[in-house]
Every structure is written in C-alpha cells, then in structure tokens.
Design a protein around this ligand. Structure first.
Ligand code: ADP
Ligand code: MG
Length: 262
C-alpha cells in the first residue's frame, strides 16, 4: 500500500502541474473540513474544483481591473440614484449585465459637470470587467494626445489597434476641450474602426448640437455621431452637481448661491 503521505505529496504535485495552485494551497484545509463534515465523493470534488474556479475568477477580475486603468474606484452600489432621478436605475442595471458589449452597442452619457458621468462610467466599466470582457478607460484628452503622438512617430496603425482592441473603450470628458482638426480626424478613424465591432462608452458635457464646435467641423461631427448613435443607449443626466451639493451642505456658498435649494 502506498503511504498516505506519499499520496498527499503526489496530489499536491498533480494540482500544481494542472495549474490548480489555489486548490493545492487549500488542500489541507479542504481535507480537514471533509474529515469533519463527511461530504459525498461528488460534493468533495465539487468543493475542490470550486475553490480553484473562484480563485481563478478573482485573479482574472483583479487583472482586468488593472488593465482597465480606472482613475478611481467607483461602484454602482455607491451611486445614489435618488439624488439623480434623471438616471434610470433599471437601464443602468441592465447595462451592468454587459449584454450591450456582446451586441457592440455604445453608451453615451450626457450632462453638466459633477452629475456623476465619470462615476457611472467607471462603475459600469467595473461591472463589465466582472462579466469577463476587456475594458480600457481613457480621457478624451489623453486619447487624442496618444493618437497624435503616434501619428507623428509613424505608429498610428499600432496605436489605433491598441484602442480598437478592448471590448469596451471608455472615453471620458469629450468636449471639455475642442479638438484640433487633425485630432478630430484621428477620433473619427477610431470610431469607424470600432463601429459595429466593439462598444464605446463616452461621457460628455456637450449636447449633440454642439459637437460641430467640439470637432471643429460639422460634417465630421455628423459622421462620428452617426456611427456612435446607430446602435446605442444614451443617458442624459440633468440636475445638480453632486460635488456642489456636498459644498452647499457644508454652507460653502451661503444663501446667495445659484440653484441653492437650502
Ligand atoms: P462628472 O463626471 O459628471 O463631472 P463625477 O462622476 O466626477 O461627475 O462626480 C463627481 C463626484 O460626485 C464624484 O466623487 C462622484 O463619485 C460623486 N457623485 C456624483 N453623482 C453621484 C451620485 N448620484 N451618488 C453618489 N456619488 C455621486
Ligand atoms: Mg467627469
């Protein structure tokens, strides 16, 4: 008979060779639990495999969140839907399932500063990572700077490829600064590449009628909008800045502040 110690060592070795490191690490604890609870053979096997699956899932999500480069940690649980009645919680929850990614649909978030556009973009981005899709977050300014630099250096194709790759590309704060003509063309190329292939999530403080000004060209703006809106969801957030609400609460503005609700 093979000694139990030898079998234990061989099981550990096999688990490691099969890249089941979490199960190998937890083996003694799992065996101790089993000795106590006396599960069926099938239940024990299930527990071992679930240990590994859960660990791999956690690692994959942690890696996906790192790759996404979110500028902050924001979640949907933290979002106060009562403060922002213009945001439909049902739509947000549906978007958080990531189904729009499979359909290569876009999401456009419109609204003035401070109403939670970036918060929702990050929170939805995190939810999409959790569904197993790749996400990349960038500001419009950083995106255009990177594309312009790549063009100057003769690396545009590679750079466009980089931004075309993630299943969801989040472009934050479009329209805070107007684009130069060349930049607007680069943005059009990116939108055209992703069109009907992968999703874009865009946040902007500019209403659609202002996009000609943002892109410095009405025809180009129309071409970009046409592609962005074709398969898309839009959320228009009206209402007060969440940032200013906190300041107001602290009495920062006194009573003369515009829009002060007391
Ligand atoms: P925007 O991108 O529209 O300018 P942000 O998403 O940056 O606004 O929001 C400003 C700050 O207020 C952030 O710290 C954000 O987490 C918070 N915030 C905004 N709206 C809400 C909300 N409805 N519930 C909770 N926090 C919010
Ligand atoms: Mg923002």
């Amino acid at each position: 008979m093979v000694s139990p110690d030898l079998v234990h060592a061989r099981v550990c070795e096999s688990l490691v060779r099969l890249r089941m490191g979490a199960a190998a690490e937890r083996l003694d604890a799992l065996l101790a639990d089993a000795a106590h609870a006396e599960p069926t053979y099938l239940d024990f096997l299930d527990t071992v495999l679930q240990t590994e699956v859960a660990s791999k899932q956690r690692k994959r999500i942690a890696m996906g969140l790192q790759i996404a480069h979110f500028p902050a940690t924001k979640t949907l649980e933290e979002f106060d839907f009562k403060f922002q009645p213009s945001v439909d919680p049902k739509l947000v929850r549906e978007l958080a399932t990531g189904r729009f990614i499979a359909q290569a649909e876009n999401l456009l978030l419109f609204g003035p500063p401070g109403v939670g556009k970036t918060h929702l973009a990050i929170a939805l981005g995190r939810a999409v990572v959790e569904t197993g899709h790749s996400v990349l977050f960038t500001s419009a300014t950083a995106l255009l700077a990177a594309l312009s630099r790549a063009e100057t250096e003769g690396q545009l194709a590679e750079r466009l490829g980089f931004y075309a790759k993630p299943k969801l590309l989040i472009v934050d704060e479009l329209g805070y600064l107007p684009f130069e003509r060349r930049s607007a063309h680069l943005f059009f190329q990116l939108v055209a590449r992703r069109y009907e292939r992968s999703s874009l999530l865009l946040t902007t403080n500019q209403v659609v009628t202002q996009w000609g000004t943002v892109f410095g060209d009405d025809v180009l703006a129309a071409a970009i909008l046409d592609r962005l809106l074709h398969h898309s969801h839009t959320i228009t957030i009206s209402g007060d800045s969440y940032r200013l609400r906190q300041k107001r609460k602290a009495g920062f503005f006194g009573s003369a502040a515009p829009g002060n609700r007391g």
